[in-house]
Design a protein around this ligand. Structure first.
Ligand SMILES: Cc1cc2nc3c(=O)[nH]c(=O)nc-3n(C[C@H](O)[C@H](O)[C@H](O)COP(=O)(O)OP(=O)(O)OC[C@H]3O[C@@H](n4cnc5c(N)ncnc54)[C@H](O)[C@@H]3O)c2cc1C
Length: 552
C-alpha cells in the first residue's frame, strides 16, 4: 500500500507542529506548502542586516506542559549566562543536563556517544551555553509598562502608591468610587467589551487605561467588539485583589518595602529563543525536512477538492511562476484564513457557509523597525534615559498612532548586531490592509514613526541609524463581522472527516502559539486514535484555563 499523504497549508507554528507530530507518531508523509518565502507565519523573525525583528515580540509561555516540553526539546533551556546577563544583573534559572528526543538521527546536532542519539531516541547532553551554541532557549525577565502622560505605569495595571500619585490622588479616589459602583451595580449585558471592562475595573479606570489602546488595536469602538476577546486576555486579572493588596500595604509597618515588593512582583520571566521565535520554526523545518517531510516555499494552496465528502486533492500554485499542480492527499490541514479556504473549495460549499466565511474580518499589523544610537526617554521629573528595561511598552499617549514599542535588546542581545552600542526597537501600528498607513511608502512610515517617537519623548531624530518596515496581513482574527455565526462554518467543516482546521486564522480564533500548536497536536491525536469527532480542537483556548498575564 502506498504511503498516505497529509497536505498542510502554512509553515507557521500550527502547520509545522502538525508535520512534526505526523512524523513522530504516524507513517503519514507530510507536505507543507507555504505561500510566502518566510518560515514561522506570524511567529517569524525577520533578519534586517543582522538585526532581527519579530512581528510583535513572541513570549514562549504556556500553561500546557505538553507545549513547553515540546519547545524545550527543539531548543533546550540555557545552561549558562547570555551575553548581557551579568551587565544587566538578570537572575536566571539555569538548566543542568537536558534530554532531547530526536525524530531521526539526522536531526541530532551531535554524533552518537557525544549526546547524539540512535534514531528515534533520546540524547542526554549538558544544557547549552548561549555564548557558544545557537540552538538554545533563553530565559528572560519580563517587564512591560504603559506610557501615559509622560509617566510609566505597571502593566497589568496595579494599584500602588506610585500609581495613585501619578494618576493624581483625586483621580484615584474617583477611580475607586467608580470601581465600587461597578461592583454594586454591574451592567447586566456583558456581550461587548466596554461593559466587560467596566464591570471588572470600573468605568473610570476602563476609560483611562483600556479604551483608547483597545480601540487602537481593533480600529473600532469597544462597544462593537465582542467580550470573548477580553475574556481571553483578562482572565486572572483582578482589581479587587490589587486593591486588597494596596490596603494591606498601607496598613503594614514596612510600607515602602511592601510597595517595592509589589512593584517588582510584576517582573516575571518567560522563555525566548536566542534568535527570536522564527528560530524555533526554522529549526523545526530543518528537522522535519531531514526526517522526510517536504516543505515547499512560495507555494500557495489555490484549490481544495472534495470527492464523496472527503478532501481528495489540492491545487498548489507557485507564487512566482504561476505554475499549478494537483496533489492527491489523504488528509488536509489548513492554517490559512477560513475565508480563503471556504472560497477555494470545490464543489462549491453551501451558500450559508460561504456567506459567514466571507463576512469574517481581520486586523492587520505593521512594524517600523528603528536602529538607534540610543533612546532618549523623557519621563516627567526625570533625566532622559538612554535605555529602559522593558521588553515592550504600551503607548497610551494621545495624538500618536503607534500602539506599542518593542525593545529587542531586552528580548535577546543576540537579536541585535551591536547590542552594546545600539538600540533596536519595533514601533507597532494596528492597521487595515489597504488603509492609509498600509499603502504609505516605507520611507514615509519611517518618517512618521520617528516623528511620533520624538513627539512623545522617546528618541532624538539624529540618533536614528537605520530602519525597515514589515507588514503582516491578517495578524488578528476579529471578533466582529460574521464571527458570531462562525459555528455555521465549524459545523460544515466538521462533516468532512479528513479536513482539519487548526491554528489561529485557521480557526479564526485569538490563539497564541501554544494553542495554535495544541490544535495541531490534537488533530494528529485524533488521527492516531481513529477519532472523527473534532470538537476537542474547538475546545482549545475555550475550556482550558488560560492566564495570559500574571495575576496582579
Ligand atoms: C502582534 C502579535 C504578538 C503575538 N505575541 C505572541 C506571544 O507573545 N506568544 C505567543 O505564543 N503567540 C503570540 N502571537 C500569536 C502567534 O503569532 C500565533 O498564535 C501563531 O503564529 C499562529 O500560528 P499559525 O500557524 O496558526 O498561523 P500563522 O502564524 O498565521 O501561519 C500561517 C501560515 O500560513 C500561510 N498561508 C496562508 N494562506 C496560505 C495559502 N493559501 N497557502 C499556503 N500558505 C498559506 C501564511 O503565509 C503563514 O505563514 C502574537 C501574534 C501577534 C499578531
Amino acid at each position: 500500500m502506498s504511503q498516505k499523504i497529509a497536505l498542510i497549508a502554512g509553515a507557521g507554528p500550527a502547520g509545522l507542529t502538525a508535520a512534526y507530530e505526523l512524523l513522530a507518531r504516524t507513517n503519514i508523509h507530510p507536505i507543507v506548502c507555504e505561500s510566502t518565502d518566510a518560515i514561522g507565519g506570524i511567529a517569524q523573525t525577520f533578519n534586517y542586516k543582522g538585526n532581527r525583528i519579530d512581528i510583535g515580540g513572541h513570549r514562549f509561555f504556556s500553561k500546557s506542559d505538553r507545549v513547553m516540553n515540546w519547545w524545550f526539546n527543539i531548543l533546550p533551556k540555557q545552561g549558562a549566562p547570555s551575553a548581557d546577563t551579568e551587565l544587566k544583573g538578570h537572575e536566571i534559572e539555569y538548566a543542568a543536563d537536558v534530554v532531547v528526543k530526536y525524530l531521526c538521527p539526522e536531526c541530532s546536532p551531535l554524533p552518537p556517544g557525544e549526546g547524539g542519539a540512535a534514531a528515534p531516541g533520546e540524547g542526554l547532553r549538558s544544557a547549552p551555553d548561549p555564548e557558544k551554541e545557537d540552538l538554545v532557549m533563553l530565559q528572560r525577565p519580563r517587564l512591560s509598562r504603559i506610557f501615559y502622560r509622560k509617566h510609566f505605569f505597571p502593566y497589568p495595571i496595579g494599584i500602588t502608591v506610585t500609581v495613585a500619585r501619578r494618576l493624581g490622588l483625586w483621580n484615584t479616589f474617583l477611580i475607586g468610587l467608580s470601581y465600587i459602583k461597578a461592583q454594586w451595580f454591574p451592567l447586566k449585558d456583558e456581550t461587548y467589551l466596554d461593559a466587560f471592562f467596566t464591570n471588572r475595573f470600573g468605568r473610570r479606570l476602563y476609560k483611562t487605561f483600556f479604551e483608547k489602546y483597545t480601540e487602537k488595536v481593533w480600529g473600532i469602538p469597544c462597544g462593537q467588539i465582542r467580550a470573548d476577546w477580553g475574556a481571553q486576555r483578562i482572565k486572572g486579572l483582578s482589581l479587587k485583589r490589587a486593591v486588597v493588596h494596596a490596603v494591606k500595604d498601607l496598613l503594614s509597618s514596612e510600607f515602602s518595602k511592601k510597595q517595592q515588593e509589589r512593584e517588582t512582583s510584576l517582573i516575571t520571566r518567560f522563555f525566548y529563543p536566542k534568535f527570536g521565535p522564527g528560530q524555533m520554526w526554522e529549526t523545526v523545518t530543518e528537522q522535519v525536512k531531514k526526517c522526510g517531510a517536504e516543505v515547499r516555499m512560495k507555494t500557495r494552496i489555490a484549490g481544495v477538492h472534495l470527492t464523496d465528502g472527503k478532501v481528495t486533492s489540492v491545487t498548489t500554485e507557485n507564487v512566482e511562476t504561476g505554475a499549478r499542480e494537483e496533489i492527491l492527499c489523504d488528509y488536509f490541514f489548513s492554517t490559512m484564513p477560513i475565508k480563503h479556504l471556504i472560497g477555494m473549495m470545490t464543489p462549491r460549499v453551501p451558500d450559508s457557509v460561504v456567506e459567514v466565511a466571507e463576512g469574517l474580518q481581520y486586523r492587520d499589523f505593521l512594524t517600523v523597525g528603528l536602529l538607534l544610537r540610543k533612546l532618549h526617554v523623557q519621563e516627567k521629573g526625570k533625566n532622559p534615559a538612554t535605555n529602559v528595561p522593558d521588553n515592550w511598552i504600551y503607548i497610551q499617549e494621545g495624538g500618536v498612532r503607534v500602539g506599542r514599542v518593542q525593545i529587542f535588546n531586552n528580548w535577546s542581545p543576540y537579536m541585535v548586531k551591536d547590542w552594546k552600542n545600539t538600540v533596536w526597537i519595533g514601533l507597532e501600528y494596528f492597521v487595515n490592509e489597504g488603509g492609509d498607513l498600509w499603502i504609505q511608502p516605507d520611507q514615509d512610515l519611517i518618517a512618521l514613526g520617528t516623528k511620533e517617537m520624538e513627539k512623545i519623548g522617546f528618541l532624538k531624530k539624529e540618533d536614528v541609524l537605520d530602519a525597515c518596515v514589515l507588514r503582516m496581513p491578517k495578524a488578528y482574527p476579529a471578533y466582529w463581522g460574521s464571527y458570531e455565526q462562525l459555528h455555521v462554518v465549524r459545523d460544515y467543516v466538521n462533516t468532512i472527516p479528513n479536513l482539519y482546521l487548526v491554528g489561529r486564522n485557521g480557526m479564526h480564533r485569538y490563539n497564541n502559539q501554544d494553542h495554535s500548536m495544541l490544535t495541531a497536536m490534537m488533530a494528529v491525536d485524533n488521527i492516531v486514535e481513529g477519532k472523527t469527532d473534532k470538537s476537542n480542537l474547538w475546545d482549545v483556548n475555550v475550556e482550558m484555563a488560560y492566564h495570559e498575564e500574571k495575576k496582579t
